[in-house]
Design a protein around this ligand. Structure first.
Ligand code: AMP
Length: 410
């Protein structure tokens, strides 16, 4: 069954098309009609099943225009999920005027407050930070018509249920509530009875999160060898399509020039390019005319490219959530992808922030037979210690595992 049969609005369908979704996943097939019909829905489904679009598409269709009131609240247990879900909602809503705000702890308040002040129709938040914003008077939930409790069992495990209850009490009573949870333990059952009205249940099997389906690796390197390493990596990777992310527009232009000279078919995407140039870059990249797309973060959010085989972070992203947005371009749905990050000594604190954010440490690896001038960023695994990286990059093996240690002069 095609998406057009659900009765979603044209702008929402355009978003689906731009995402490259051809057919609904099982949970979408079952949940979209129920949510469109105004039912409360319990989905026993995990991340990776397409559940974000399952609740986002019918909600977007019913929201209509931007209204500067927060009418949708999506609660998530972790910062990573909040950022990931916000990216999906933002992407799906790109042809509407709907605005989003994403609120989670561990980062400053200013950016989040300005998103709220700009008039966010949809708030995606972790419970603790949302309550902080409510107490400061920055967030108001009294207009919430759609409440989504995502990964409810994880919120329970993390001790968030009392906060979740306080938050629900602040939402309007005339609302639709959806709850997603891989399991329904007794406390979630109690929450369901208290917070939902005659809910319908849809059950779908488990899959893994995009952060898990992506293979992450870090290549420590000195500043002056970054471009050489990038060129060598691209030579050795057996990639179908790769996006290279740079921090600045100037950097993106410079890298694109270098890669062109290295005989790659390259397109560039950043905010100084004209609309026509951007469209040509995206179209050409999607159709395979260009094998490499060099882009800045500004471009990473709105990119309507679903499946690239590799993402290379030529520059480490400054904000951990940008890492999620960038890698969100690979490893989508059932696919797996690779995310390679070049890291210089000055990037260490940003890399640690990313690892904290995704609750996962990323293996440091060395490219075989690359003439490293500066090796202080590496510390070989000690005897008896497991190598830092399993050694596999799609299309080629990397031998020799290295772990990253404190900078040392040799
Ligand atoms: P989720 O379970 O919402 O985290 O989605 C997992 C991944 O599947 C995301 O990368 C989505 O963009 C992708 N996805 C969702 N629905 C579809 C669909 N109908 N067809 C292809 N990919 C999808």
């Amino acid at each position: 069954m095609p998406f057009s049969k659900f009765g979603l609005t044209p702008t929402v369908l355009e978003g689906v098309k731009a995402m490259g979704y051809r057919e609904p996943t099982p949970i979408q097939l079952r949940a979209i009609p129920l949510i469109l019909a105004g039912k409360d829905v319990i989905g026993s489904a995990q991340t990776g099943t397409g559940k974000t679009a399952a609740f986002t598409l019918p909600i977007l269709s019913q929201l209509g225009d931007h209204a500067a009131l927060s009418r949708v609240l999506v609660l998530e247990p972790t910062r990573e999920l909040a950022a990931q879900v916000e990216t999906s909602i933002h992407d799906l809503a790109r042809f509407t005027k709907i605005r989003t705000a994403v609120l989670y702890g561990g980062v400053g308040y200013a950016r989040q407050i300005s998103q709220l002040q700009a008039g966010a129709d949809i708030i995606i938040a972790t419970p603790g930070r949302l309550l902080d914003h409510i107490e400061r008077g920055a967030a108001n939930l009294s207009h919430v018509q759609y409440l989504v409790l995502d990964e409810a069992d994880r919120m329970l495990d993390m001790g968030f249920l009392p906060d979740v209850r306080r938050i629900i009490e602040k939402c309007g009573r005339q609302r639709h509530t959806s709850l997603f949870s891989a399991t329904i333990p007794a406390q979630i059952e109690t929450l369901i009875q208290w917070a939902m009205k005659s809910p319908e249940t849809v059950e779908i099997g488990a899959r893994r999160t995009p952060a898990e389906t992506v293979q992450h690796v870090i290549y420590p390197v000195s500043d002056d060898q970054k471009t050489d390493l990038l060129i060598q990596l691209l030579k050795r990777l057996d990639f179908d399509s790769v996006i290279v992310f740079c921090r600045t527009k100037h950097g993106a232009d410079r890298i694109a020039g270098l890669l062109k000279r290295a005989q790659h078919a390259v397109a560039v995407l950043h905010s100084n390019r004209t609309q026509r140039e951007r469209e040509d870059a995206l179209k050409g990249f999607r159709e395979g005319k260009y094998e490499v797309l060099v882009a800045t973060d500004i471009a990473s959010r709105g990119l309507d490219i679903a499946d690239v085989s590799h993402v290379v972070n030529f520059d480490v992203p400054q904000h951990p959530e940008d890492y999620i947005h960038r890698i969100g371009r690979t490893g989508r749905a059932e696919h797996t992808g690779d995310a390679l990050t070049l890291m210089t000594a000055g990037d260490a604190s940003h890399v640690f922030a990313i690892e904290r954010f995704i609750s996962q440490s990323i293996a440091r690896v060395k490219l075989d037979n690359f003439d490293y001038k500066y090796t202080a960023l590496f510390e070989e695994s000690k005897p008896g210690q497991k190598a830092g990286f399993p050694g596999k990059v799609r299309g080629g093996r990397i031998r020799g595992g290295y772990t990253f240690g404190p900078s040392k002069r040799r």
